[in-house]
Design a protein around this ligand. Structure first.
Ligand code: NAP
Ligand code: COA
Length: 263
């Protein structure tokens, strides 16, 4: 059965949308007709994403900021609202990761991941809130199976992403009365991404992961984008506070995340 979504006339912002999974999500919204904004730290990546995501008569808008800088995030989202109108869908997916045993994670290493993933998500949601369509808006936070599966060498990410999902749940309750929905999407192992390059750098590690997914394959950015198109749309109008695994059943099977630390 073919699923199609029509986002023409809708404004969508994807923070952390300049590479990997989030770029795939941004591309799916652009292909579905949305007026698109993308943001991340690196201005060259932002420019490349804008070029890739622009469509005839519909130029994407790009913003370079660090999600750890609350003021810069707020300024960019205010500009985006002025340039593109009320935001129908916000995807917040900027993140950082490195595998390391807990006793070798420095306080600053732990802080860097929590600051980007958790505090950054808060900054993005808070900055977007006044500009979201209410009622009718949808916020999608990109989390990870580490939020629910305790994983060696991923202490900082597990803590940060569990926090992201609790932020999702709290704001689903707090903002729901205004008609603003908040949900999390938890991608499983997605092929060809920076995350997987860091967590499964060898062919052997990738084979082990693929064999541990009940659907017996890595996911693709398009697999994750499908869930986001659903959550942003009217088809999900009664879905609020959900923490949606898009992982081929990996977490149910224990998501054996035996990731090796980098030397
Ligand atoms: P990626 O390509 O590295 O994407 C991360 C994005 O976030 C990039 O656009 C990056 O752009 C941006 N970013 C990072 N730090 C930032 C900061 N401080 N401020 C602003 N932007 C920042 O990684 P990915 O593997 O596709 O992961 C994307 C999302 O999916 C993440 O939330 C990740 O936790 C989640 N996830 C991934 C997997 C996987 O298999 N890869 C599995 C589960 C969950 P700049 O380089 O310009 O900063
Ligand atoms: N093992 C142990 N510690 C590490 C590490 C590793 N592989 N990589 C970085 N760190 C530590 C650094 O040593 C530093 O701590 P210190 O000051 O005590 O030495 C701390 O993490 C911050 O590093 P820095 O490079 O200054 O931080 P940053 O803010 O520029 O980068 C990261 C944040 C570390 C998460 C970086 O990997 C990043 O920006 N990643 C984005 C892309 C990504 O991870 N994509 C996958 C998403 S799932």
């Amino acid at each position: 059965m073919r699923a199609t979504f029509d986002y023409s006339g809708c404004t969508v912002m994807v923070v952390g949308g300049t590479s990997g999974i989030n770029l795939g999500i941004a591309r799916a919204f652009a292909d579905a007709g949305a007026r698109l904004g993308v943001a991340s730290r690196n201005p060259a990546k932002v420019d490349a994403a804008v070029a890739m995501l622009s469509r005839p008569g519909r130029r994407a808008l790009g913003y370079a900021f660090d999600v750890r800088d609350a003021e810069a995030v707020a300024k960019a989202l205010t500009r985006f609202r002025a340039e593109a109108g009320e935001i129908d869908v916000l995807v917040s997916g900027a993140a950082g990761n490195f595998p390391a045993p807990a006793h070798r994670i420095s306080p600053n290493g732990f802080k860097a991941v929590v600051d980007i993933d958790l505090l950054g998500t808060f900054h993005v949601m808070k900055a977007a809130y006044p500009h979201m369509r209410k009622p009718g808006g949808s916020i999608i936070n990109i989390s990870a199976p580490q939020a629910v599966v305790a994983s060696p060498h991923q202490l900082h990410v597990c803590a940060a992403k569990a926090g992201v999902d609790m932020v999702t749940r709290c704001l689903a309750v707090e903002w729901g009365p205004e008609g603003l929905r908040v949900n999390s999407v938890l991608p499983g192992p997605i092929a060809g991404t920076e995350g997987m390059a860091r967590l499964a750098p060898t062919a052997e590690a990738r084979e082990r992961i693929s064999a541990s997914v009940p659907l017996r394959r890595f996911g693709t950015p398009e697999d994750v984008a499908g869930a986001c198109l659903f959550l942003g749309s009217d088809a999900a109008r009664y879905v609020n506070g959900a923490v949606l695994m898009v992982d081929g059943g990996w977490a149910l099977a224990g998501a054996p995340l035996g990731f090796e630390p980098q030397p």
